[in-house]
Ligand binder design. Structure first.
Ligand code: NAP
Length: 313
């Protein structure tokens, strides 16, 4: 019996490939343009390829879209829903790793770690000087969380261990989360005005795209630090670059950028007051293994016509 045909945005890592071996036959993304696309029953999105109506129209036999990761902003959900195609993702298991990365960036940006590392390796570092490289205090400061969801709550738990005061903004108040993590609900503008650190933990949607623009930066403290572990386009890159260059805000720590990666000559890359990671939020061996297992289980269940472990829509 032939194996079910799926399309994936290859290359896949060894764990994913190993788990898929013998279960499905994997075609590369370029197969979308070939006649064989009409026989494809599964789509496996690994590195955020766009899935839109035009692409889905090429796949009349499609039964399931399975995403490796929780964020599905690259998948046009109205288009999959219209066609009755379930979309699976991997929520929950990556919250701890992603929150750890948020705190890593927060601490690194506040204490100028990446800049200090560059200096400590350079020929210029010849003498300790108590007056250089002073940063901002993390403990006892105020943290503003945009998106107190699964990942945001894990960030809040960690921040409490640093004696931080926590304020948050969601579209809806979350009483249960407030009680669990001791966060106070504020308006968006109040959060910007009060926070020493603002961390973005919301999804990328039509509402959050460009949420952090010049207007938002102007409302933040000049000593504030922005951390983005959400998606790059939640922040207007030109406005952020300007805000950091002019010291409208103190610093930023970014796990994600827009575009991603930034062009190699982008002015943001020349600034010392930004710390950038290449989208490493969930990138631990343990979490990535679980993401592989869950996303493949979602795929196989969808192919069998069963309920997915985690279904977005
Ligand atoms: P979640 O549990 O759904 O939480 C999202 C939170 O954002 C909710 O509290 C939601 O509350 C809030 N939110 C949604 N729209 C908002 C808006 N317009 N303004 C303010 N708050 C808003 O999602 P999650 O699992 O924590 O994941 C969040 C996002 O993190 C993902 O979508 C993904 O893009 C990103 N992520 C990044 C990495 C990485 O590697 N950096 C890893 C994993 C996930 P309301 O609905 O009440 O507004």
């Amino acid at each position: 019996m032939p194996l079910p045909l799926i399309i994936a945005d290859t290359p896949l890592d060894a764990t994913v490939s190993g788990l898929l071996e013998g279960q499905v036959e994997i075609l590369p993304w370029s197969a979308l343009m070939e006649p064989i696309a009409s026989q494809v029953v599964g789509l496996y999105t690994y590195g955020h390829p766009v899935v839109d109506a035009e692409l889905l129209n090429r796949l009349p036999s499609l039964k399931v879209v399975s995403n490796y990761g929780v964020g599905v902003d690259h998948i046009r959900l109205p288009a999959t829903s219209e066609r009755g195609i379930p979309v699976g993702n991997t929520p929950g298991i990556l919250d701890g790793a992603t929150a750890d990365m948020g705190m890593t960036l927060l601490l690194a940006a506040a204490r100028r770690l990446a800049e200090g590392d560059r200096y400590a390796r350079s020929p210029q570092f010849t003498r300790y000087d108590p007056g250089y490289m002073l940063g901002r205090e993390v403990h006892s400061s105020t943290l503003g969380i945009i998106g107190l969801g699964r990942i945001g709550q894990q960030v809040a738990k960690r921040a409490r261990a640093f004696d931080m005061r926590i304020v948050y903004h969601n579209r809806r108040r979350n009483d249960m989360a407030e009680t669990t993590v001791g966060a106070t609900y504020v308006t968006f503008d109040e959060l910007l005005a009060q926070s020493d650190f603002v961390i973005l933990c919301c999804p990328l949607t039509d509402e959050t795209r460009g949420l952090f623009d010049a207007n938002a930066f102007a409302k933040m403290k000049p000593t504030a630090i922005l951390i983005n572990i959400s998606r790059g386009p939640v922040v207007d890159t030109a406005a952020l670059t300007q805000a950091l260059q002019s010291r409208l805000i103190y610093a930023a720590g970014l796990d994600v950028t827009d575009p991603e990666p930034l062009p190699r000559n982008h002015p943001l890359l020349k600034l010392d007051n930004v710390t950038i990671a290449p989208h490493l939020g969930s990138a631990t061996e343990q979490t990535r293994r679980q993401m592989a297992e869950i996303s493949i289980e979602n795929l196989l269940r969808g192919l069998r016509g069963q309920e997915l472990l985690h279904r977005v829509v």
